[in-house]
Write a protein that binds this ligand. Structure first.
Ligand SMILES: Cc1cc2nc3c(=O)[nH]c(=O)nc-3n(C[C@H](O)[C@H](O)[C@H](O)COP(=O)(O)OP(=O)(O)OC[C@H]3O[C@@H](n4cnc5c(N)ncnc54)[C@H](O)[C@@H]3O)c2cc1C
Length: 441
């Protein structure tokens, strides 16, 4: 292995492969190191990614067979119903992640990146990167090795209360009429998404969609540390309960970090990217789109000569406020029962516009005309209203703080931690306002 690189990227999942491709495209000498065989790197299941992330990352939009479809109507139910929101025309792209990862790796290779599979990175020092294939020297090291990867910035471990256990499977539909009848019984057409929320405590979800007459797409996510069953357990249960659900075609499961991005995304020659930096839209544990955009910001900042501090600053100022706000909303939802969520839907406080914005990973637009009705709806839920008011103030403060992010400013970190009710980066206070207790069932 040539050991003199501008950039060494650790982890060849979507974030790492994209960063390698984008840096190499800008003329940097890049190597990409992956502990698994390259063809097994990253997410190996079906993911939903908003189109804007591809546009912002200046990546060609996916085509079939990588693109499996565009989201049709999305039915979000509080618990198993009856309260529901119907979100139309959100257009989230449904992707075969195995093909997207392969495309990004191919793009990196095409721009001259050296790719090395089955090469685990152990540590970084002034000597270089210590790997299972020897020492690699590079000016910049990008840790895109995921939640349980190399941890090259010794970042704190994510509190289990902010970890989602997710599982996704594509299964055979053995009886198309039986499946269609079951979906119709829930008022949902084939191809539309049925999403039960809060079924095993706040935040938990179970999502089903017939991608074709013969293929069922299943997704589940829970927070086991707050006493919920794992996403896999929810998924297995629903498969056992319905005779028309057949054998698994593909799928996977893993933990997703839900906390806001680490305050410190770079230090010296090392930076964090993707799940390794907790760059995840935590309302639904989505890290692909944000990771692609972060990879582009990283390459652009390096090419502009602003180094890794430039990347960290730009990421936090442009996207940190969005991710932090959504993390606050996620913590709030984690403390709601399905009944309370249903009440918020019934009162119009949570509406299709708000849920639709969350689906495509954007801030909801403030609709002034709807504000009086929403406030009236909230007043009808006094138990939730105070918490919602506090949430609004927290979001306002977080957005302001992230717009003025200053790297390595302990004062900034303390202020953000205070907004989250934490003493420092990720450590909850004794008052525990960020430690979400066992969610009510
Ligand atoms: C079931 C499930 C469903 C999901 N659905 C969605 C969705 O619909 N939309 C969405 O946006 N997100 C979704 N996510 C989240 C998404 O998959 C992750 O956010 C995303 O894969 C993170 O990408 P990454 O490149 O940062 O990390 P990873 O995909 O984890 O890739 C990291 C890579 O680094 C490698 N690595 C680790 N340690 C080392 C080391 N020491 N040396 C070298 N290599 C190393 C790993 O082998 C891996 O290939 C889902 C997650 C799960 C589990």
């Amino acid at each position: 292995m040539n050991d003199a690189f501008d950039v060494a990227v650790v982890g060849a999942g979507t974030a790492g492969a994209a960063a390698a491709a984008f840096c190499a495209e800008q003329g940097m000498r890049v190597c990409l190191l992956e502990r698994r065989p390259l063809e097994d790197a990253g997410a190996r299941w079906i993911n939903g990614v908003p189109a804007w992330a591809f546009e912002r990352a200046r990546l060609t939009l996916p085509q079939a067979p990588e693109l499996r479809g565009r989201g049709q109507a999305f039915h979000m139910l509080a618990g198993y119903g009856p309260q529901r929101l119907r979100i139309e025309g959100h257009g989230v792209l449904e992707l075969d992640m195995r093909r997207l990862v392969a495309r990004l790796q191919q793009q990196a290779r095409g721009h001259g990146t050296q790719l090395h599979g089955q090469t685990a990175v152990h540590s970084v020092s002034s000597e270089g990167l210590e790997t299972s294939a020897g020492t690699v020297r590079a000016r910049y090291v990008i840790d895109a090795s995921g939640l349980s990867g190399a941890r090259l910035l010794a970042q704190p471990r994510v509190d289990p209360l902010h970890l989602c256990a997710a599982a996704q499977e594509l299964r055979e539909i053995t009886d198309t009429d039986g499946a269609a009848a079951w979906f119709a019984g829930h008022g949902v057409g084939m191809g539309e998404t049925l999403c039960f929320t809060g079924i095993a405590g706040g935040y938990s979800i179970l999502m089903l969609r017939a991608d074709s007459p013969t293929e069922l797409n299943l997704l589940s996510g829970t927070i086991p540390a707050s006493g919920q069953p794992s996403g896999t357990a929810l998924l297995q249960r629903v498969c056992q309960e319905h005779a028309w659900i057949g054998a698994k075609i593909l799928g996977g499961r893993r933990a997703i970090p839900l906390r806001r991005p680490y305050d410190r995304l770079s230090d010296g020659q090392v930076a964090l990217l993707g799940d390794a930096g907790c760059q995840v839209f935590s309302a639904h544990g989505s890290g692909i789109g944000i990771g692609l955009v972060a990879a582009r910001l990283l390459a652009d900042e390096l090419a502009a000569g602003r180094g890794l501090t430039g990347y960290a600053t730009r990421f936090q100022r442009e996207l940190g406020g969005l991710l932090a706000s959504v993390d606050l909303v996620r913590r709030f939802c984690q403390s709601l029962s399905a009944h309370e969520m249903g009440q918020l839907m019934a009162a119009g406080v949570v509406d299709p516009a708000m849920a639709g914005a969350a689906l495509i990973q954007k801030h909801p637009q403030l609709q002034l005309a709807r504000l009086p009705a929403k406030l009236a709806g909230l007043l009808g839920q006094p138990r939730v209203a105070l918490r919602a008011l506090k949430l609004g103030l927290q979001i306002g403060a977080a957005r302001l703080l992230y717009r003025h992010y200053r790297p390595e400013d302990a004062g900034w970190s303390r202020l953000v931690a205070a907004v989250f009710g934490e003493t420092s980066d990720g450590v909850a206070t004794a008052l525990g306002s960020s430690r979400v207790g066992a969610a009510p069932h």
